[in-house]
Write a protein that binds this ligand. Structure first.
Ligand code: ATP
Length: 406
C-alpha cells in the first residue's frame, strides 16, 4: 500500500488542504491519506486556536465523503506537542510493509531543512509537495534538488488553490463571508459552535441594510429598485396573510440576487446546488437565477431557513403546494410597484383578496406567456397550475354543496 501522511494545524481545515490531499493521492497513486491534526500549545489565544477536538471534528466532516481520506488523532492524543519525525515513526511501526509519503504544501518544503531530524524523515518517506502559489515551481524544484541527497521529493503538477486558515479566521472574526473556502458541513460546524469569534452572520443574516449594500453593488440600478419593490410588496402581503413580515421582506429582497450573474456562473451554481431541478429548467436560461440564488444565499449568507430558500428557488417556476411565504414572494415579484403589464392592477387586487385565486391566475399567466414564446413549461409549473385548479374546483364544490343543502 502507498500511504500518505498529511499533518497540519487545520485551524480550520479548508479547500486548499483537501485539494492537496486529493491531488497528491491522485498524482502519486496513494491508497490512503491520513490527515493528522497537530497539538497546539494551550497557551495560544483561544479565539484564534480552537480545541483539538473541534479541529478533529471539522476534519472528519471535510473528509467524510472521500473513502481515501482518513483522520488520525495520533498527535492530538500525544502528551506533548509532537514533531513530524515521531508521527512518521508511528506510521512506520503501524505500516511496516507499506510505502510512506509525507504530504506538505510548498511553504513547508521551503523550510523543510529546519525541521527536527528532517534527514531521518526523508529516510523513511517520500516527500510530496503541492504548490500554494502560482509561479513558485522553479523555486520548489531547486529546493527539491537540494533535499534530493537525503531522499525522494516529488512536486505535484496540480494548480494551486490559494487560501490559508489565517485568512479564513480573519474573515470569520470580521463577519465577512467565508463559506466558499470550506466544506459546507465545516461551515455549519463553525457557525453552530461560534468558533473563531463567529458572531456576525447570524446578526447580519436578517439585516436588510447589510444585504441592500450587497445588492446595490451587485445589481443594475433597475434590478436593485425592483428588488426593493418586491421586498416591500412581500412585507405588505405577509402582514395581510399573517406571515412573518421580516422574513418575507428578506426573501423578496434577495429573490433576484443572481439574476445578473453571467450565464455560466449561474449554471455552475445550479449544478453545484443539491436542489432537484427538472429538465425544462436546466434547458431554460432565464430560470437559472432562482435556483442559483437560493444556493447562493444558503452558502454565502448561511441562510438555513428552508422556507426562505424555497421562496427564492421557486419564485420563477412555482410548484404544487407552495408555502404561504413561497406564494407571497411569487406574487410579490409579479405585482411589485415597478410592474406595468396590462393586467397588473387586476392581479394586485386578486393578490390581496385571495392567495389561492391569485396563484391560479399567476400560473395561467405564466404558462400562457411561455407557450406564446414557444418555450418549455417546467413540470413543476404545470403541477402548480393543476394544484391550484383542484383547490378552486374543491372550493366550488363546497359552495354548491352548501347551496344544495339550503
Ligand atoms: P495557517 O494560515 O493557520 O498557518 P494554513 O492554511 O497554512 O494555516 P496549516 O494547517 O498550517 O494550514 O497547513 C497544513 C499543511 O497544509 C501544510 O503543509 C501547508 O503547507 C498545507 N497547506 C495549507 N494551505 C494550503 C493550500 N492552500 N494549498 C496547498 N497546501 C496547503
Amino acid at each position: 500500500m502507498r500511504i500518505g501522511i498529511f499533518g497540519g494545524s487545520f485551524n480550520p481545515v479548508h479547500n486548499g488542504h483537501i485539494h492537496l490531499a486529493k491531488a497528491a493521492a491522485e498524482e502519486f497513486k496513494l491508497d490512503k491519506v491520513y490527515l493528522v491534526p497537530s497539538r497546539i500549545s494551550p497557551h495560544r489565544s483561544s479565539d484564534e486556536y480552537v480545541s483539538g477536538l473541534d479541529r478533529l471534528e471539522m476534519l472528519r466532516l471535510a473528509a467524510a465523503d472521500d473513502p481515501l481520506l482518513e483522520v488520525s488523532d495520533f498527535e492530538l492524543c500525544a502528551d506533548r506537542v509532537s514533531y513530524s519525525i515521531y508521527t512518521v515513526e508511528h506510521f512506520r511501526s503501524a505500516h511496516p510493509e507499506d510505502e510512506l509519503f509525507l504530504l506538505v504544501g510548498s511553504d513547508m518544503l521551503l523550510s523543510f531543512d529546519s525541521w527536527f531530524r528532517f534527514e531521518d524523515i526523508l529516510d523513511e518517506v517520500t516527500l510530496c509537495v503541492v504548490s500554494r502559489n502560482d509561479g513558485d515551481m522553479k523555486l520548489l524544484k531547486k529546493k527539491a534538488d537540494e533535499l534530493g541527497q537525503y531522499g525522494e521529493v516529488l512536486i505535484s503538477e496540480s494548480a494551486p488553490v490559494v487560501v490559508s486558515s489565517t485568512e479564513i479566521r480573519k474573515k470569520i472574526a470580521k463577519n465577512k463571508n467565508f463559506a466558499c473556502y470550506l466544506d459546507e458541513n465545516v461551515v455549519q460546524y463553525i457557525r453552530s459552535k461560534g468558533l473563531y469569534s463567529y458572531r456576525g452572520e447570524a446578526k447580519l443574516l436578517f439585516d436588510p441594510d447589510e444585504k441592500k449594500k450587497f445588492l446595490k453593488a451587485r445589481l443594475s440600478a433597475k434590478r436593485y429598485v425592483h428588488s426593493l419593490n418586491v421586498a416591500a410588496e412581500c412585507r405588505k402581503l405577509a402582514i395581510k396573510y399573517g406571515e412573518d413580515p421580516d422574513k418575507a421582506y428578506f426573501a423578496g429582497l434577495l429573490h433576484d440576487i443572481c439574476k445578473e450573474l453571467p450565464d455560466d456562473e449561474q449554471k455552475a451554481l445550479v449544478l453545484k446546488s443539491s436542489f432537484t431541478v427538472c429538465r425544462e429548467e436546466l434547458e431554460t436560461r432565464s430560470l437559472w437565477h432562482a435556483i442559483a440564488g437560493a444556493y447562493f444565499i444558503k452558502t454565502e449568507f448561511g441562510v438555513e431557513d428552508i422556507d426562505i430558500l424555497n421562496a427564492v428557488r421557486f419564485h420563477t417556476v412555482g410548484r404544487a403546494g407552495m408555502s404561504r411565504l413561497e406564494e407571497i414572494v411569487y406574487l410579490g415579484d409579479l405585482i411589485s410597484a415597478d410592474r406595468d403589464y396590462k393586467d397588473v392592477d387586476r392581479m394586485r387586487k386578486l393578490s390581496y383578496s385571495s392567495l389561492n385565486a391569485a396563484m391560479l391566475e399567476a400560473f395561467a399567466f405564466s404558462i400562457k406567456s411561455v407557450v406564446k414564446k414557444g418555450g418549455l413549461v417546467p413540470v413543476c409549473t404545470a403541477e402548480g397550475y393543476n394544484f391550484y385548479t383542484r383547490l378552486q374546483i374543491e372550493e366550488k364544490n363546497k359552495v354548491s354543496a352548501k347551496r344544495g343543502l339550503k
